[in-house]
Design a protein around this ligand. Sequence first.
Ligand code: MG
Ligand code: MG
Length: 270
Amino acid sequence: MAIEYKSLDELKLMRKAGLLVAQTLALIKSSIKPGITTLELDQIAEKNIRDGGGIPSFKGYHGFPGSICASVNDEIVHGIPGERVLQSGDVISIDCGAIIDGWHGDAAFTYVVEPVDTNDLRLSSVCEGSMWRGIAAAKVGGRLTDISYEIEKYINSQGKYGILREYGGHGIGSEMHMEPHVLNYGRKGFGAELVVGMALAIEPMITLGTERMRVMADKWTVTSVDGSRGAHWEHTFALMPDEKLFVLTALDGGREKLAELGVEISTLIS
Ligand code: MG
Ligand code: MG
């Protein structure tokens, strides 16, 4: 499968899906509290996506039953929403995707339920920081692994974390998972050339322990082998025709977080 390059009009359509994902994740974040089940969060997400004119892309994807992935504590990604009740101090990662007019958005965040443990909070912020640095490293004329390199470099500069090897980011557009695969580690200067019209989902997954993971008997939930807690952050961004970035699944297009890293976002869409 070749890489799909999008026109400005197509990227504007992708923004609609991305914005719906952003709004849905914001709603879930504000709903997380001790006592709520992951299934209730899933129902909130599905309703918001459908009310917004979208289709939850996860639902039915290779048989996945939920509209979100909800992964708690030693679950790192792909947790199935269910009767699990959130407890104080839990670390939860929510991943969500939506389709509008055939175009996809995909994003995730990690949240620590109060009272927060400092190490858990740091785990999440290191993961988030690596995602933003990876996105900020995407420059027209550069190479795909420039992103991978920045993600790994930042994580390793912050302490000892396990970086999952089996999963990574991906191209996205008329399908959720497209070429190219984006590693969360590696040397820079390799892989596809970064050009205008590319849209990528960047999604580092890390643990407080080692990178060793396993898939549970439900065939979905990915947990750490050593029982350590995990974090997962994701955004979908595009390389715009003005050669600037725009984060399609961020409410502000990534303006604030990328400005902190010295990167100005595109003004071709909002
Ligand atoms: Mg995702
Ligand atoms: Mg993804």
